[in-house]
Design a protein around this ligand. Structure first.
Ligand code: FAD
Length: 622
């Protein structure tokens, strides 16, 4: 190995969604950063669906943006259909989703990376870590060059020992068209890491010219697309529709009669697949009574004929794929441009990580993204950002940065991963967050932008804009709570049209806004100042007023849990020596090595009684 004569602060391995955020974060925080990836033309590639966001995933994207990450701005600049989901439900579960022009998404991210100060991007496959004692000191590449780094972040996605399956044929690959990463996971195993095997799959890509769209139902995006980023003013890309199609009993017969050639059902695939994103053969088998399954035919871009039939992933043989897709109404003549496939890959159980995403076994080594057993671009990007921030802070000799469960979905996800580990692909859901009324998409900036600024990620101009918004919300909230109505005839007429005839004189705007039939927009009919308030401020004041009771209750719960949550467990603590713990609890604590009492309390089998014993033992230890 020839050693390259430079010591980087941070080396990032891989340029998927985790790697891009990690490298940008470290470089933006002033660290000399190197990103190495197998193919420089495959930066931020969307391996599966050409879309960002969705339920709970939209929350992650907004949080990444609020902290100074790139994903939201990238989709705002390249999105071709934006929709806010769950608009009829409460604000906690509303979520943004956008279709991307897949190639533009990739190209824009590459440009951002190329132009980022302190960041070098280079093509190279990392085959091994270079170790200095029990810490990482750099990486070795297949071309024979060793790069030295104070910290290393691995974000290899589905590439480690990747094996692609199409029917009973299989071959090594990181994803379709890409080579796998060989060697790295063997070395990690030899260093004592527990390495597992997971599986995921993707649908075929179809030629839109061979689809009869007149037989399908169009689905348009929102008339006024709402950007993901708090700093995007407007979406300027042309917007296009998706189309809805359905499988039918004949499609299901084709699938059922071919299961002996399915690698999944023939037992060729060992890795565990995503429970919440099943293949079409799984859906047909799990729900035998269902007569049809829906698919959205999603455009992959403005300048391509390729389309993506969402929810139709399969690893069935290619001849079965052709027959199956052609059995769908409107797709009778469809041509497959890229076959569907499943992929098995190595992952490292994330229970072997600290909440900073640094590995417990090797100092200064961080893991982020699908390598940690997650599935999804947004989950990967959120982890990449946190790993990038922490690697940067470590190389600068500063305190680590951890988001707690009450602060962010990113905090919930990482806490789930490092506390519980995962044996199947992990994806984010709103139901995973216990304080979801506080962790909304709409207030991600209020929760996180100050933190992003404090660590040097959020720019002065974005921060300045944010501070102005925060102050405006505060003053408007206070005005609404103190302004009393003097209802004149016109106002009374308007209120009557809303079914309100019992208003007391001196009622405050807040009291009126609390009523279910009144929105902030209605206040504008009664009050000049409300009319002038920017929509983002209106939204926050309305939510804060309407949900005050629930929000206060969640804040009280957080306060009660805070002591336990943040009590640190000394890293050198010997759990085996603690009297009063059962052998099972001792073993679990020894394996998981939780950093806080809060984490310990979430390990299955660690009882409240065990937490009390542990809490006393910590006091005696320190
Ligand atoms: P990736 O995006 O996979 O990026 C990994 C990067 O690391 C690549 O740039 C690669 O070149 C580089 N790399 C790998 N090894 C090395 C090395 N040794 N040296 C240097 N560079 C290296 N997600 C869903 O949410 N739903 C789905 O249904 C879904 N289906 C999928 C189906 C398939 C077939 C695939 C491949 C992925 C699917 N995904 C799905 C997952 C989604 O693509 C990933 O979760 C996401 O891309 C992970 O991001 P990442 O940054 O961790 O890794």
């Amino acid at each position: 190995m020839i050693t390259y004569d430079y010591l980087y602060d941070v080396i990032v391995v891989g340029a998927g969604h985790a790697g891009c955020e990690a490298a940008l974060a470290a470089a933006r925080m002033g660290c000399s950063t190197l990103l190495l990836t197998i193919n420089l033309d495959a930066i931020a590639v969307m391996s599966c669906n050409p879309a960002i966001g969705g339920l709970a995933k939209g929350h992650l994207v907004r949080e990444i943006d609020a902290l100074g990450g790139e994903m939201a701005r990238n989709i705002d600049a390249t999105g071709i259909q934006f929709r806010v989901l769950n608009t009829r439900k409460g604000p906690a579960v509303r979520a943004s989703r956008a279709q991307a022009d897949k190639q533009l998404y990739r190209l824009r991210m590459k440009k951002i990376m190329e132009n980022q100060e302190n960041l070098q991007i280079k093509q190279g496959e990392v085959t091994a870590l270079y170790l200095e004692g029990s810490a990482v000191g750099g990486v070795d590449t297949r071309s024979g060059l060793r790069y030295l780094g104070k910290t290393v972040i691995i974000t290899t996605g589905t590439f480690m020992r990747g094996l692609i399956h199409i029917g009973l044929n299989n071959y090594p690959g990181g994803r379709a068209g890409d080579l796998p990463s060989l060697g790295l996971s063997d070395q990690l195993r030899s260093l004592g890491f527990e390495v597992g095997r997971l599986k995921t799959g993707t649908p075929a890509r179809l030629d839109s010219r061979t689809i009869d769209f007149s037989k399908l139902e169009p689905q348009y995006g929102d008339a006024r697309p709402v950007p993901f980023s708090f700093s995007t003013q407007q979406i300027t890309m042309p917007q296009v529709p998706c189309h809805i199609a359905y499988t039918n009993p004949r499609s299901h017969d084709i699938i059922r009669s071919s299961l002996d050639r399915s690698p999944l059902y023939a037992g060729v695939i060992e890795g565990i697949g995503p429970r919440y994103c099943p293949s079409i053969e799984d859906k047909v088998m799990r729900f035998p009574d269902k007569e049809r399954h829906q698919t959205f035919i999603e455009p992959e871009g403005l300048d391509t004929v390729e389309v993506y039939p969402s929810g139709m992933s399969t690893s069935l043989p290619i001849d079965v794929q052709i027959a199956f897709y052609r059995s769908i109404e409107g797709l009778e003549r469809v041509e497959i441009m890229r076959p569907a496939y499943a992929i098995e890959y190595d992952y490292i159980d994330p229970v072997q990580l600290h909440a900073t995403l640094e590995t417990k076994a090797v100092a200064n080594l961080y893991h982020a993204g699908q390598i940690n057993g997650t599935s999804g671009y947004e989950e990967a990007a959120g982890q990449g950002l946190i790993a990038g921030i922490n690697a940067a802070l470590r190389s600068q000799g500063k305190e680590p940065f951890v988001l707690s469960r009450e602060e962010a979905y990113i905090g919930v996800m990482i806490d789930d991963l490092v506390t519980l580990g995962t044996k199947e692909p992990y994806r984010m859901f709103t139901s995973r967050a216990e304080y979801r009324l506080l962790l909304r998409e709409d207030n991600a900036d209020l929760r996180l932008t100050q933190k992003g600024y404090d660590i040097g990620l959020v720019t002065e101009s974005v921060h300045g804009e944010f501070v102005r918004k925060r102050e405006h919300i505060k003053s408007e909230y206070s005005r609404v709570t103190t302004t009393r109505l003097s209802v004149d005839d016109d106002q009374q007429q308007f209120l009557s049209s809303k079914g309100i005839n019992d208003l007391q004189k001196g009622t405050t705007l807040e009291q009126l806004l609390k009523r279910p039939e009144i929105t902030y927009a209605d206040l504008a009919m009664l009050d000049n100042v409300s009319r002038e308030t920017p929509p983002a401020v209106q939204e926050q004041v309305e939510i804060q007023v309407k949900y005050k009771g629930y929000i206060d209750r969640q804040l009280e719960q957080i306060e009660r849990a805070a002591k336990l949550e943040h009590s640190k467990i000394p890293p050198e603590m010997d759990f085996v020596a603690i009297n009063g713990l059962t052998t099972e609890v001792r073993e679990k604590l020894k394996k998981h090595r939780p950093d806080t009492l809060g984490q310990a309390s979430r390990i299955p089998g660690v009882t409240p009684a065990a937490i009390s014993v542990l809490s006393v033992a910590i006091k005696a230890w320190v």
